[in-house]
Design a protein around this ligand. Sequence first.
Ligand code: NAP
Length: 312
Amino acid sequence: MTNSHEKMIIIGAGAAGFTAAIYAARANLSPVVLAGLQPGGQLTITTDVENYPGFAEVVQGPWLMQEMQQQSENVGTRVIYDIATSIETDTHPMRVKLDGGDTMTADTIVIATGAQARWLGLESENTFNGRGVSACATCDGFFYKERDVLVVGGGNTAVEEALYLSNLCKSVTLIHRRDSLRAEQILQERLFKQPNVSIEWNYNITEILGDDTGVTAVSLKSTTDDSEKQISAHGVFVAIGHDPATKPFQDILDLDNEGYILVKSGTTLTSQTGVFAAGDCVDKIYRQAVTAAGMGCMAALDAEKYLASLDD
Ligand code: NAP
């Protein structure tokens, strides 16, 4: 039954959403998590997780998310497997429309819909995803210690990923489709100073090659002439941007020019009273499970304070 009224509806079932749910449930707010059809967020498409605090040994991303969900349910969260298609914030209580046709009402809404990494769209990229292809150097770089890796892209993320990897890996080659980077100048200067970093200007990756051990090389095609070449590598880090999952809220909430939800500095308060936002749909800088979880906690506490102010 989803035509119900709730104190708190949390849209999104990743690290931010489930952490908000754990805190809200323990504060007696009986939260409902709208989990979409594939709950768990970006951690469900990673394998080994070594940087989420609290686990001495490597854990698996999908397992970690199942535990977060179970933990939230154990303390009183209800999880509904439906998609929020729109919210209405000018009514009291607010309304959340679901893909299944139902409408729920809520006193507070927490948006934790996350973001998706952009991919090159190659079939071989799918084949080697998690076996040499990654979209997160902070998450997976450690597995390529003392090896040769590639980073694709020319923005801040690509340069930061390349810098991070240059401290771990034997060599880093940045592959960019143009002859200049769009990353901030200071980052570029830092990158150019790294002795183990080289740049392949004006190239696109056309195929990722490998075998049972994972990635071994990539094929490149020039963007300025017909030349092609192969370079060997064990890891390919795709850093060509992220898309925040904020479309249903674009006419309701203030977003930045890339679609990330704007929040009041140091809080999770959005431009609409009673609506809070947390995790990768807000944050384009840190993008870690632990930072998303931290913001989820903040959103639940901010929402709780808001509800208490309504009671006053
Ligand atoms: P971005 O700035 O949009 O850069 C994406 C890069 O990937 C561009 O260089 C683009 O090439 C390239 N690209 C896009 N599609 C491609 C494709 N299909 N094949 C090959 N290359 C492709 O994305 P971002 O670096 O993730 O940054 C996103 C936002 O977050 C930016 O506002 C950035 O400033 C911000 N950010 C800030 C920090 C920080 O302040 N420390 C850190 C990370 C991100 P072209 O250049 O040719 O378009």
